[in-house]
Design a protein around this ligand. Structure first.
Ligand code: SF4
Length: 270
């Protein structure tokens, strides 16, 4: 026996979230690094549009996106957390249903993780918890911004995810990062999923409230949907006047981004 220990292969991984930036990064990287492993952390609570978009990406690019699932479903974890719904302050959903399956997938292997944060973003958050994972930001390094991403998707024939006509972020249908108008649109586009999201809320007789929004339950929110729609449409109109050359999807995204200060999650919304 020679005693020479074979060098361990460094893995190249790229997480697809179902959003436009990670999809564009898959297009961008496909011919730059040949043996990338693409993965999608599937919470089992995603929109059908997200699954369709990933199928489209696979078909167009001729790649395989591995679906990584958590050991248990959302309901199991909700019980474990005593009915406390996840929130921007307590993102147990991301840890249990996205980060843990990913770390399991990588194991102790050395890996380079390609993350789709753009040059025009200043986002931070989870990128890796192990020293064996090196994180790189090809879009940041190449100065690639939002219009470039849209162009990359357009030119590749993949286009934007379908949910962009009513929602600006990828992720679970019940994601607490949603704005009020996006909850209203969820109720319109996927009434069954809206009801399912409602079923996870609890308002107890002793005053304890476990709701997706801090200030109101989904029943309370939908009861004032006309007001939410009217306020949103006012902002869309204003935005259109200010930026007449933007497409409706761009206007919508601009309005939604202006409605809250949360940047979204760098694991789920890229
Ligand atoms: S998309 Fe939202 S709800 Fe789903 S795991 Fe990510 S942060 Fe949690």
């Amino acid at each position: 026996m020679s005693g020479i220990v074979p060098e361990r292969k460094v893995r190249h991984i790229l997480g697809i979230s179902g959003g436009k930036d990670s999809a564009a990064l898959a297009v961008y990287m496909r011919d730059r690094v040949p043996d990338i492993e693409y993965f999608f952390c599937d919470t089992g609570e995603e929109l059908t549009e997200t699954y369709d978009f990933i199928d489209r990406l696979e078909a167009r690019l001729g790649i395989k996106v591995q679906r990584l699932a958590a050991t248990q479903g959302f309901k199991h974890f909700l019980e474990k957390y005593n009915d406390f719904l996840p929130s921007p302050q307590s993102r147990w959903c991301t840890v249990q249903m996205k980060i843990k399956p990913l770390e399991e997938f990588i194991g102790d292997d050395e890996a380079i993780s390609y993350v789709a944060i753009r040059a025009d973003e200043d986002r931070s958050g989870y990128v890796a918890t192990k020293d064996t994972i090196k994180v790189v930001f090809p879009f940041k390094d190449a100065g690639i911004t939002k219009p470039d991403v849209e162009r990359i998707l357009e030119e590749s024939g993949i286009g934007m995810p379908k949910y962009y006509s009513w929602r600006s972020r990828s992720g679970c249908y019940f994601c607490f990062f949603q704005r009020k108008i996006e909850w209203v649109r969820l109720a319109e586009n996927h009434p069954g999923l809206f009801e399912k999201a409602k079923s996870f809320e609890k308002v107890l007789p002793d005053g304890r409230r476990y709701t997706w929004s801090q200030d109101e339950s989904l029943d309370e929110l939908i009861a004032r949907k006309d007001q939410i729609i009217a306020e949103h449409e006012k902002r869309v109109k204003l935005q259109k006047q200010r930026k007449p050359n933007k497409t409706l999807a761009e206007v919508l995204e601009g309005v939604l981004d202006g409605e809250d200060q949360e940047e979204g999650c760098v694991v789920c919304h890229v």
